[in-house]
Design a protein around this ligand. Structure first.
Ligand SMILES: Cc1cc2nc3c(=O)[nH]c(=O)nc-3n(C[C@H](O)[C@H](O)[C@H](O)COP(=O)(O)OP(=O)(O)OC[C@H]3O[C@@H](n4cnc5c(N)ncnc54)[C@H](O)[C@@H]3O)c2cc1C
Length: 500
């Protein structure tokens, strides 16, 4: 649609206007709303969410045992103390987010069941025009906003990723993706195969194993896990001493972040030692005779993929108890009664659960246009992993892989609020990240270096992601330790932003 046609259409329909429009009411969107109210008071804003409630990931994922794989002291917001055990269930996370919404009066800003399908920027109007649909009434909805804050997460919520295997249609049992867990799934006494070896498999298996006949985790290759008690002794001790929760939150965050930083840097400087420590912890649960080399020793160095924490070793204990087992092999085909493996063995199954990951979606499956030209996101260069060259008045939240997502959501929120306040002070209506003359010859690289981090969903979607340069302004570092200092210090007048 041309800009004139868009203007004419808007004149004939009800369009609401806000200073800022936030897409998504997951942990990032709710955090963005909180920070806006505190750091940019008086800004009008709305949060549009496709689902019927808040929570995002924690609403979508309902498979048995859904829980965090990182601690809630750092996955929780900087501003709202976490007061329980570090690894939390989905119900606990939803309750925590619900409190943030209620305590800060954010409810009135959130519109549920609003799926946004297109976003068009007009330079002449200096506005985003968004179109969507109300999924409860089927009604089209229209909004305009000066600034778009994309908190839509990184994967398609409607459907998880299931590879195509030959013979799938012949299988007589049920095939289930954890992201679309059927409420009526009865696994009591059943023989279950879980395909995949990531955090989802390691969470789901101990939750269903007691009821199942047997659960087999079928993996192509092993994954690293960390295990330990689901407790932070320092937090418990401080609580016993009557220290306030705000202090405990701050102290425990600092401690966890320090320990994570040491662990991350050791996994680069002494990967073999780290690997042996991780394997020893697994060995302590599975015993000396277990074939750790085949089933728990990855081919990559620690931290090249996310490392899930297994609280109290529950997944490993299910294996030790004989309720679960691991098979490391490849799928040749599905059969009527199970799975034929490359090795020639057969895994019989009543239910096959495909814990095979996500469909990466970069901007919420929204069609973006800039002045009537479709935005090809992969043609842009990232500004510190939160804005994009040539894309005016838009920020994007993508959290950390190796640390809790929310640490970055909080940092990006501070930056966006600072930028909005800066624009207000300058009296400008448009900000566009733009390569400076000195950046023009900069080498452009893929969004992330596969040598650094390479989970399947990122590798499958790399062609959709923006590129990065070789200077701090144009990188997405995945490093909390540099970003926590660089973001607040980033010079908004260093030429990387064109204001109009
Ligand atoms: C099972 C599971 C466990 C995880 N555990 C951890 C963990 O322990 N620690 C960690 O750091 N990370 C974890 N992650 C990663 C996790 O997804 C993020 O940490 C975080 O929850 C993402 O929050 P978000 O708000 O950015 O996005 P999401 O949670 O994905 O929420 C985005 C929201 O935007 C909405 N939306 C998307 N597109 C549109 C549209 N077009 N219109 C309207 N609304 C839209 C979606 O419906 C959704 O509600 C986990 C992921 C999964 C799947």
């Amino acid at each position: 649609m041309t800009e004139t046609a868009a203007l004419a259409e808007r004149a004939s329909q009800h369009t609401e206007h806000f200073d800022v429009l936030i897409v998504g009411a997951g942990i990032s969107g709710v955090g963005a709303a909180y920070h806006l109210t505190k750091q940019c008071p008086g800004t009008s804003f709305v949060v549009l969410e496709a689902q019927g409630s808040f929570g995002g990931t924690w609403l979508t994922h309902r498979y048995p045992g859904t829980r965090s794989d990182s601690d809630l002291y750092t996955f929780g917001y900087r501003f709202k103390p976490w007061t329980s055990a570090p690894i939390a269930t989905r119900a606990e996370i939803l309750e925590y987010m619900g409190e943030v919404i209620a305590e800060n009066g954010l409810d009135r800003h959130i519109r549920y069941r609003h799926t946004i399908s297109s976003a068009r920027w007009s330079t002449s109007e200096k506005l985003w025009a968004l179109e969507g649909i109300r999924t409860d009434t089927g009604e089209k909805v229209h909004f305009t906003a000066n600034f778009l804050w994309m908190c839509q997460g990184y994967y398609r919520h409607s459907e998880g990723y299931t590879p195509e295997w030959s013979g799938m249609e012949e299988f007589q049992g049920r095939i289930v993706h954890p992201q679309n867990w059927p409420e009526d799934l009865d696994y009591t006494g059943k023989t279950v195969v879980v395909i995949g070896s990531g955090a989802t498999a390691a969470t789901l298996i101990p939750a269903i194993a007691p009821e199942c006949g047997h659960v087999t985790m079928l993996q192509r290759s092993p994954t690293f896990f960390r295990t330990g008690r689901n407790a932070i002794p320092l937090a418990d001790e401080l609580r016993q001493l009557g220290i306030g929760e705000a202090w405990i939150h701050e102290i425990v965050r600092k401690k966890i972040l320090h320990e994570q930083s040491v662990f991350t840097s050791r996994s680069f400087t002494e990967p073999e030692a780290v690997k042996q420590e991780l394997l020893a912890a697994v060995r302590a649960h599975l015993g000396p005779d277990y074939d750790l080399a085949t089933h728990f020793t990855p081919r990559y160095r620690p931290w090249r993929q996310r490392i899930a924490f297994i609280p109290d070793g529950d997944f490993l204990e299910a294996i030790r108890a004989g309720k679960a087992s691991v098979v490391t092999d490849e799928i040749e085909s599905f059969t009527e009664t199970g799975i034929l493996l490359r090795s020639g063995s057969v895994l019989e199954a009543d239910i096959i659960i495909t814990a095979t990951g996500f469909n990466l979606n970069v901007l919420g499956d929204i069609d973006f246009d800039i002045d009537d030209k479709p935005l090809v996101f992969s043609d842009t260069v990232t500004y510190r992993g939160m804005m994009f060259t040539g894309v005016p008045n838009m920020a994007w939240v993508f959290g950390y892989f190796r640390a809790s997502w929310t640490l970055r959501a909080d940092l990006v929120a501070d930056f966006v609020c600072r930028l909005l306040n800066h624009m207000k002070e300058k009296g400008v209506r448009q900000v566009t990240p733009t390569l400076r003359p000195e950046d023009q010859d900069m080498a452009l690289l893929p969004w992330i270096d596969p040598e650094n981090f390479n989970p399947g969903y990122v590798m499958r979607g790399m062609h959709l992601l923006p590129r990065r340069g070789d200077k701090p302004e144009w990188q997405h570092t995945q490093d909390y330790w540099t970003e926590k200092d660089q973001f607040p210090a980033a010079d908004l007048e260093d030429g990387s932003f064109v204001y109009e």
